[in-house]
Design a protein around this ligand. Sequence first.
Ligand SMILES: C[S@@+](CC[C@H](N)C(=O)[O-])C[C@H]1O[C@@H](n2cnc3c(N)ncnc32)[C@H](O)[C@@H]1O
Length: 432
Amino acid sequence: MNGYESHGVHDLAHDLPTPVVEAPTPTGRWRDLLGATLRPAVLRALRNWQTGRLTVHLPDGTVHAVGEAGAEPHATLRVARDAFFADFVLRGDIGAGESYMAGDWSTDDLPGFIELALLNQQAVGRDDSWITALMNVPNDIGHWLRKNTRQGSRRNIRRHYDLSNDLFALFLDPSMTYSAAVFDSPGEDLTRAQERKFARFGEALRLGPADHVLEIGCGWGAFALYAARTYGCRVTGITISREQLDLATSRVAAAGLGDRVDIRLCDYRDVTGAFDKIVSIEMLEAVGREHWPVFFATCDERLRPGGLVGIQTISMPDHRFEAYARHCDWIQKYIFPGGLLPSISELCRTMAAGTRFTLRRVDDIAPHYATTLARWRATFFLRVDAVRALGFDDRFIRMWDFYLATCEAAFRTRFLGTLQLVVGRAGERPVP
Ligand SMILES: C[S@@+](CC[C@H](N)C(=O)[O-])C[C@H]1O[C@@H](n2cnc3c(N)ncnc32)[C@H](O)[C@@H]1O
């Protein structure tokens, strides 16, 4: 599966004009000074580099290489301002991401560089220190305040999904599926790979014309349309994004599936009715730890006897979950406010505490997510002029670049998983 990665994206992103480094503000000058002071310590730590090779170009024109000569993978890091060292040392991934957004550093291969950084994280001793924790307290407080109450969820979701349907249409495949696809060959068309993902759920849940399916977090309606068309089932899809509701509703009408697909603006906590099957694809990440019990209780209440639930979710490895859940990270601050990735143990514990749900099937499709993200990023940069024409500035483009590249690297190195789960109640005969 690792051979499915698309590498064309790197050149495309690299061909972009080099970010203009803004003239340092007074605080910027202080960060530069502090960064220049911290720089020797960072370069010393880099000597412990173990995997691959990194060439570092510094603002003073000097070049440093770490790792064995000729080792692969290789990436080049160009530091335009010493402030980068201060941001990275003092504020970890949030600092590194913010200084990328500011144009303080660049690289020939962003996903490749982040992959190397993740693989060498322990060697260079960049596990979060007390100073990083202290500096990021305001970010932790901000994250803590972005709670996923009904109103909070609407606010959090608006910040991402209501950015602009046109923006998402520019880099997603035409079905506008916003979750990991499942590829069967390296060059497979993304829409086909998305349909394969849907078909896996269709088969695992044994969808058929007699089923009424609830889809929690239906996005722009891709799965609902596919399931109604392919299996003849009825689908009620819910989203809390008004932009998604509008587009999904018109897509359903255009497909002539209005009699079978119903898209609603509805929080998962407010769904009524009974359903034969429930599907939720990459929505659980937006629920929040304190609301997981309500999420599963809702599925339990809404699912008819003998029914099945199919869930796809990005996951945090169990051994890192507690440390991760304690602090805000760059993705939570800039991309998915209020988001929290579950670990498989936490999910099983939550289900066991409040329901009779047990796992029937678990697959980790993380490498396929790396490929999906590489495709999204390649398409994003192919159409970057159209992104600008929508009014998104260079800082936003670098932010989106960092988002897509970080996720790609995390899935490729398996720092994150992508779980496909099938869940049913213990002690029940499945509906034939
Ligand atoms: C990453 S998108 C996935 C969309 C779709 N499943 C797909 O694969 O293309 C997450 C979806 O979850 C929805 N969502 C998030 N929080 C929700 C909530 N509290 N109630 C209902 N839907 C929610 C969002 O509106 C969005 O449609």
